[in-house]
Design a protein around this ligand. Structure first.
Ligand SMILES: [Zn+2]
Length: 432
């Protein structure tokens, strides 16, 4: 490995000199830079949580020929800003998810524009497919046959679905509380599933312990720096769909902090390559029972110091339930850089938002995705969003967790096969 190519002072200059390199990896804490290699995940000097690695490109050379919201390549069209040599071999498109403009919300809350980015419309019905796309590409590039992951559910189902499509193997470690819809996806896709007797954080530690010893490729959030590169494509795609006229404020649900870090990085890179002039304020929304990133952010804003504050997580929004958030360092730094902030919402607010969003828009989201909409509602009530252009990321489909959704709605009417009884019931309901 030509370590001599790497120089902390002028990485992009040296990227050009080392023409075989498309990107470098930089530790978010100590700033050391590394050449990519299959066994390098985090900075060996700073550890797994402080030593997460950031992917850097030569932005002067990141040139897009033509881009389209309906590209047959999906997120593959952003290849100049992805850490891949070529496109992953997959039979379907990832990305190109709908951006829905909702004028009724604009009128109701006095907004200049409101957009819902419906990422539950990805191949396995969640935002996580964006990250898995890049991981599949790296595994194919480096010759890995098996990929492992710990996940609250969506990352695992995404890995299971995309490895099935790519002819690779998936081994997933999930917590005991995984919703049935997600477990069904895993088993139907044919992944090897280990349900860990414990939380997501326990599943994470066990996966790392086992997966690395087995020599498999790792799709764990934050440890693998390339996940964030896939996750940033939500920002790139949103900006493209709006013809580079990005919103003022963007809402994102937050668990481990990787999705929001990716979205921030996507906007920041678009500014670096001069596709956009301003970066939206990115607002991270957490569940009250899983709000570590928000707490770390508040401490960081007050003191300038990043201090980890782990605690047990408990929320109905399983996808953002993380007691030891892994991408906290990037998340708080990037959000501050965008001029954004973090807020939290209760499980009750999440459930209410889930139901009202479905009833007003026809978009059925899972609880974590409802959290970002609940965060929007909370901020809209304060009047802080007046005359702003707003986008809300909905990161997962509601069919993944029907049990939780059903707990926030009434029961269906039961009727015998008798028209008279049906009329009587409907009259009582005053629905017609
Ligand atoms: Zn470091």
């Amino acid at each position: 490995m030509a370590v001599g190519c790497v120089n902390r002072a002028a990485p992009f200059l040296l990227l050009r000199e080392c023409s075989k390199l498309k990107h470098l990896l930089k530790c978010v804490t100590c700033g050391r830079e590394f050449e990519p290699e299959p066994s390098l995940y985090t900075c060996p000097h700073c550890g797994d949580r402080f030593g997460t690695l950031e992917v850097l490109y030569d932005y002067d050379r990141a040139h897009f020929d033509s881009l389209s919201p309906h590209s047959e390549l999906g997120i593959g069209q952003f290849l100049p800003l992805l850490p891949l040599e070529g496109l992953p071999e997959l039979p379907f498109v990832v990305g190109n998810t709908p951006l829905i403009k909702l004028e009724k919300f604009e009128r109701r809350y006095g907004l200049k524009a409101f957009y819902l980015k419906d990422d539950g419309r990805n191949p396995t019905a969640s935002y996580k497919d964006r990250a898995t796309y890049v991981v599949i590409g790296k595994a194919q590039e480096w010759g890995f046959k098996t990929i492992f992951a710990a996940s609250t559910g969506n990352a695992a189902t995404s890995l299971a679905g995309l490895t099935a499509a790519a002819g690779l193997k998936a081994v997933v470690f999930v917590p005991a509380r995984i919703p049935e819809g997600k477990l069904a996806q895993l088993l139907v896709y044919g992944a090897t599933v280990l349900i860990v007797d414990g939380s997501y954080d326990d599943a994470y530690d066990l996966a790392v312990e086992v997966g690395f010893k087995k020599g498999w490729y790792c799709r764990n959030t934050a440890i693998n720096p390339y996940l964030l590169e896939g996750k940033k494509t939500g920002a790139l795609e949103l900006a493209l769909q709006l013809n580079w006229d990005v919103p003022d404020v963007v809402f994102v649900p937050v668990g481990d902090g990787t999705v929001i870090s990716g979205i921030c990085k996507g906007f920041m890179e678009l500014k670096k390559i001069r596709r956009i002039d301003t970066i939206p304020a990115v607002i991270g929304v957490q569940a009250e029972g899983s709000d570590i990133v928000k707490r770390v952010f508040e401490h960081y804003i007050a003191t300038g110091e990043i201090v980890l504050m782990d605690r047990e997580a408990s929320t109905i929004a399983d996808s953002i339930s993380a007691g030891k958030p892994r991408d906290v360092v990037k998340a708080v730094r990037y959000v501050k850089e965008t001029g954004g902030t973090f807020l939290s919402v209760s499980d009750e607010e999440i459930g209410t938002a889930l139901v009202s969003l479905a009833r007003e828009t026809g978009v059925f989201v899972e609880p974590a995705a409802a959290a970002s909409y609940a965060g929007f509602l909370k901020m809209a009530e304060t009047g802080d969003l007046k005359n702003k252009r707003v986008a809300v990321f909905a990161t997962g489909n509601g069919l993944k967790d029907v049990k939780t959704a059903q707990s926030f709605v009434g029961k269906a009417l039961r009727v015998s096969n008798d028209p008279e009884e049906a009329f009587r019931l409907l009259d009582k309901m005053e629905t017609v």
